[in-house]
Design a protein around this ligand. Structure first.
Ligand code: PLP
Length: 463
């Protein structure tokens, strides 16, 4: 998405450079509720508060950079998804978006299930008390050891991703005297309207078994023959950061088509259909996500209609939102280190983190917003680029955004909507220490994932 609106008003040059920005907002102090966690507001001093705690004291207590997560917002969103889908559907939170033991406990308490895609995620889920039968195990190359642990612990389902894996899981289950509940992940040939690198259901990619050419039907045939497996349904995940429901419509149509083939060929009606995740959130004021109840209604209607047309019993639906639950609930709090105006271009604002705590801008050209949060300012807007401290010119957190022109070292800025795919994708590039996740709730803050230390780094370096 590239917008080239040239805003009126103060700016560095007569013509602004190419970029992603819209016009500067009328008031930079106003926080757009759409992109911020639910309890975020500014107090009388102009300092941003969340969960009743102001960011200046959060920075003093926990340091920067830090991911600040609004527990009430997380629980509220999880509950909204749960309620929207009701008792005839299951909501699996996609753990890869962000997983910690606190999050697992909240999900458990709010009645959600959990997707994991590695032994590490499975261990985290089990250690926080998520019942195994509410866990789904994903991945295109699960190791034998991971499969064994998943089956042994009694996970509710394993989502099979290849012909080899069908046999592998069946053998392991059988050797353990189990019959493992499984789904088969299919690719339906839908390319979600999103960035190419995060679209995952067009056929030329590593996940799933293509419906095209009868491959998925053949996979079903094999799975049904194996004693170690109980095939409970078909899985489809079409992409990420999707706003347009038409992709799901086509996917559901094609998956139901496969259910019909299975019924006609084998006389079995598979009881479940999983439509995956990928629902979009607002990263900037230009994004307009749908509410969970609208999504639930649309998806349920699509599946019901398709099944009626195919004269099939409507299967139990499951969905796997990750970003849509956790994404909006957190922001990253940074301290400004340097402010470097480049004449005729923009002002580079360096913060104390960067691509190690948020790789999405570099990886997907993702768009974010940013605000000065340690004070209000009436200074004119300046076109800024928020960059990190890494030795890489692509180390950009927010490509184009307006910040007040009196921004100075020591100010705190926050980048909203960093709850998903930021801490979970964080790295130690340049041996920078990964930031903590601080949860705020009702005037209190607590660390749920602590900041990494140099000892943590050196402990792995055993040479
Ligand atoms: C990544 C993923 C999800 C979650 O995607 P979001 O965009 O975070 O909603 C759900 N299901 C599967 C299989 C995934 O790979």
């Amino acid at each position: 998405m590239s917008r080239s609106a040239h805003p009126a008003g103060p700016r560095h040059a007569d013509v602004l450079p190419e970029g992603h920005y819209s016009a500067p907002p009328a008031d930079l102090n106003t926080l757009d509720a759409k992109v911020w966690a639910q309890t975020v507001t500014r107090n009388a001093d102009g300092v941003l508060t969340v969960g009743g705690v102001d960011v200046v004291s959060l920075a003093e207590q926990h340091g920067t950079p830090a991911y600040i997560l609004d527990e009430a917002d997380f629980r509220g969103r999880a509950r909204a998804w749960r309620t929207a889908f009701g008792k005839d559907a299951d909501v699996f939170y996609a753990g890869k978006a962000f997983l910690s033991r606190a999050v697992v406990r909240w999900l458990h308490e709010e009645g959600l299930n959990l997707d994991v895609c590695s032994g590490g995620e499975l261990a985290t889920a089990l250690s926080a008390g998520m019942p195994a039968d509410r866990i789904a195990f994903h991945g295109n190359n699960k190791s034998t050891e991971e499969i064994r642990r998943a089956v042994e612990s009694g996970v509710g389902r394993i989502v099979l991703d290849s012909f080899q894996e069908i046999v592998r899981v069946a053998h392991i289950a059988q050797s353990l005297g189990r019959r493992q509940r499984v789904q088969i992940r299919v690719t339906v040939g839908v390319e979600a309207h999103t960035h190419e690198f995060i679209a995952t259901a067009h056929e030329d990619q590593k996940f799933g078994i293509p419906l095209a050419g009868g491959q998925a039907a053949e996979a079903v045939r094999r799975a049904l023959q194996l004693d170690g497996l109980e095939l409970i349904g078909i899985h489809s995940h079409i992409g990420s950061q999707i706003f347009d429901m038409s992709g799901f419509e086509v996917a559901a149509h094609r998956v139901v088509g496969l259910l019909k083939v299975i019924r006609d060929e084998h006389g079995v009606e598979l009881p479940e259909i999983d439509l995956g995740g990928g629902l979009g959130i607002a990263y900037t004021s230009d994004d307009d996500p749908r509410e969970p109840h609208e999504i639930a209604k649309a998806l349920t209607e699509i599946v019901t209609r398709e099944c009626e047309a195919a004269r099939l019993r409507t299967p139990r639906i499951s969905v796997e939102p990750g970003r849509a639950i956790v994404g909006p609930t957190a922001f990253t709090l940074y301290e400004v280190g340097t402010v470097k105006p480049l004449d005729g271009l923009r002002t580079y604002v360096s913060v104390d983190g960067g691509m190690s705590d948020n790789i999405r801008t570099a990886l997907y050209d993702a768009e974010y917003s940013v605000a000065l949060v340690s004070r209000a300012s009436d200074a004119e807007p300046m076109l800024a680029r928020v960059v990190g401290k890494h030795c890489e010119s692509g180390d950009i957190v927010v490509k184009d955004a307006f910040l007040p022109s009196d921004l100075a070292p020591g100010d705190l800025v926050a980048v909203p909507a960093t709850g998903a795919y930021c801490r979970s994708m964080a790295s130690n590039y340049n041996h920078v220490l990964r930031p903590p996740v601080v949860v705020v709730r009702e005037g209190e803050s607590r660390v749920v994932v602590r900041r990494e230390t140099e000892e943590d780094l050196l402990r792995l370096d055993v040479g």
